[in-house]
Design a protein around this ligand. Structure first.
Ligand code: FES
Ligand SMILES: [Fe+2]
Length: 342
């Protein structure tokens, strides 16, 4: 599998609530320094965090009242589209048009409390597709946990959808069940695959009554768990979104956001108490894995338990090829039943 993170896709580096009007900061994304900010008018923006004049990070400057970013070194000002709007050192008779100078800007979308940034293969290229929506009415992020995993995006993603590690890695009384045979139906999605809705076997789900759960994965690294049930005759959803955001070749932020209806507020303390531990289990495992990967061992993907990882590497390759050749992406996943013990 090619190690490089995929381009021509939307990535989610931050939540809306983390950026107040007038704030900006550096966010690494796929090894590139990105200035992520919010103008005073409330609009978020993203541009390359390197001043085209002499390379100072624009994040060291400030956002002016007129909604431009001012570089800390010589005060060049940039609009949210990356175009330079002013060079203070110029005299009136010097006919240099600042607007001919620009810094790369990234397409950005803000929705469902999340900020998505499009990383194009060719800067300025046409945007393909849209970031995923949270499939519920009026989604509000209710609980968020972000942990930096010391690994590439691939190992974070593979760990995220590995169906057979739980009994060993998440070995907690509140999660564990004796190992048994699982049989799940999978089918393709436009950019990935889904484990069709089924009754979850973990007792923790019984807090929500009689529910079904569906788990989806789509490129670049978006996993949804959609829990649906019915309470007092009304249908409801509780949705977990997990994304793996590649910061650089060796750091990936795993960002977990929960959405639930306001009445399910009692879930909050449960997630507060258990969520960080659960994610830390996975983080510690990939960090342990790094100790082995240093020596470049050959790895194995075996049978149905590793099939999601096999699909991931095939989908990833199909996407990389489609970007490279300018051809349409064809999802290699076919409908299938997978069986494993966990
Ligand atoms: S380095 Fe940014 S204005 Fe000179
Ligand atoms: Fe896990």
């Amino acid at each position: 599998m090619s190690e490089a993170p995929l381009r021509d896709l939307w990535y989610m580096p931050a939540l809306s609530a983390s950026l107040k009007p007038g704030q900006m900061r550096r966010e690494m994304l796929l090894g590139e320094p990105v200035l992520l900010g919010r103008m005073r008018d409330g609009q978020a923006f993203a541009m390359r965090d390197i001043c085209p004049h002499r390379g100072v990070p624009l994040s060291a400057g400030k956002i002016l009242a007129e909604d431009t970013v001012q570089c800390a070194y010589h005060g060049w000002r940039f609009r949210r589209d990356g175009v330079c709007s002013a060079i203070p050192s110029l005299t009136e008779d010097q006919d240099l048009d600042p607007e001919k100078i620009r810094v790369r800007s990234y397409p950005i979308r803000e929705q469902d409390g999340l900020i998505w940034v499009y990383v194009a293969e060719k800067p300025g290229g046409a945007v393909k597709g849209a970031p995923p929506r949270i499939p519920m009415d009026h989604p509000v992020p209710r609980w968020v946990e972000i942990q930096t995993f010391g690994c590439s995006v691939d190992h974070a993603v593979i760990g995220l959808m590995d169906p057979v590690h739980a009994a060993f890695v998440h070995d907690h009384w509140w999660w564990k069940r004796p190992m048994r045979l699982k049989e799940k139906h999978y089918g393709p999605l436009p950019m990935g695959f889904t484990m069709s809705p089924h009754k979850p076997s973990k007792p923790a789900y019984s807090l929500l009554g009689d529910v079904t759960t569906e788990i989806t994965f789509e490129l670049p690294s978006t996993r949804f768990e959609i829990v649906e049930g019915k309470l007092f005759g009304k249908r409801f959803k509780v949705i977990g979104l997990t994304v793996c955001t590649p910061r650089d070749a060796e750091h990936t932020d795993t960002i977990h956001v929960m959405y639930w209806p306001a009445w399910a507020f009692f879930l909050w303390p449960i997630f507060m108490a258990l969520g960080p531990t659960f994610m830390a289990d996975d983080r510690k495992m990939v960090e342990l894995q790094r100790e082995g990967l240093k020596f470049n061992p050959n790895l194995m993907l075996i049978q149905d338990g590793d099939q999601p990882a096999i699909w991931y590497s095939r989908i990833k390759k199909a996407w990389a090829d489609s970007v490279e050749n300018g051809t349409e992406f064809v999802n290699p996943v076919k409908e299938r039943v997978l069986r494993w013990r966990s």
